[in-house]
Design a protein around this ligand. Structure first.
Ligand code: AP5
Length: 216
């Protein structure tokens, strides 16, 4: 099963992908996570990406595509993946198609999580991420048992560098301008399923299941 998750920053793509990954044993690939790891490891690609991420802009395609190419060729992706954060533009969608068709694979489903802007800002401003395992929570909407400590591994919870107000505004603008046109791209191919991303994590997961029902 090859699934693309679309949706604006804070829509819950990472949250849902992690749950589906655990349930269905399909690897979750987040280009944001790949980029953050490259930045943390201070690799050449990470150093090139950092300034773009700090401004909330898209990282150049050559950087993102190189990271993604390596990941989807890994053995655990042989039978599928959940792609979160890629593609983000129509040219990236074309690259993904070409990458997959050269391996006789194709996208099966595209799920777009729809959430209103006020809720997105609320989710992003309270998001915390585990510095050790990457688990995501929220200080009020999905609080950890002990403040600042990851429920999964006991690691330290931190705020993402790009979750400040100015950068969030820039990321939302980039989404509208560059990524939203992908709806038409995938709708024209009969792959797009729009899912209401409001409500609790469990309610959204149930809707995602319905959208994917019987399609594994
Ligand atoms: P990336 O990491 O992909 O960020 P994003 O797309 O902005 O998405 P987010 O991770 O912010 O949101 P999400 O939808 O995953 O929400 P989450 O589940 O965490 O990209 C970061 C940067 O990397 C980009 O700005 C760009 O610079 C670069 N980049 C990445 N990919 C690129 C590409 N392809 N090309 C070029 N550049 C690229 O949830 C958010 C919060 O809400 C959490 O606190 C969570 O606990 C909470 N929450 C989730 N669901 C619910 C719910 N139902 N109810 C209540 N709270 C909820």
């Amino acid at each position: 099963m090859h699934v693309v998750l679309l949706g604006p920053p804070g829509a819950g793509k990472g949250t849902q992908a992690k749950l589906i990954e655990r349930e269905w044993h399909v690897p979750h690939i987040s280009t944001g996570d790949l980029l953050r790891a490259a930045v943390a490891e201070r690799t050449a690609l990470g150093m090139k990406a950092k300034a773009f991420m700090d401004r909330g802009e898209l990282v150049p395609d050559d950087v993102v595509v190189r990271l993604l190419e390596g990941r989807i060729q890994a053995i655990d992706c042989r039978t599928g993946f959940l792609l979160d954060g890629f593609p983000r533009t129509v040219p990236q969608a074309d690259v993904l198609d070409a990458m997959l068709s050269s391996q006789r694979r194709h996208i099966d489903h595209v799920i777009s999580l729809e959430v209103d802007r006020e809720e997105l800002v609320r989710r992003l401003s309270g998001r915390r991420m585990c510095s050790a395992c990457g688990n995501i929570c929220h200080i009020t909407l999905d609080p950890p048992a002990a403040p600042g400590v990851c429920d999964h591994c006991g690691g330290r919870l931190v705020q993402r560098a790009d979750d400040n107000e100015d950068t969030v505004r820039a990321r939302l603008r980039v989404y509208e301008e560059a990524t939203a046109p992908l709806h038409d791209y995938y709708r024209a191919r009969g792959l797009l399923r729009c899912v209401d991303g409001s409500g609790t994590v469990e309610q959204v997961l149930a809707r995602v299941h319905l959208a994917l029902d019987g399609r594994r």
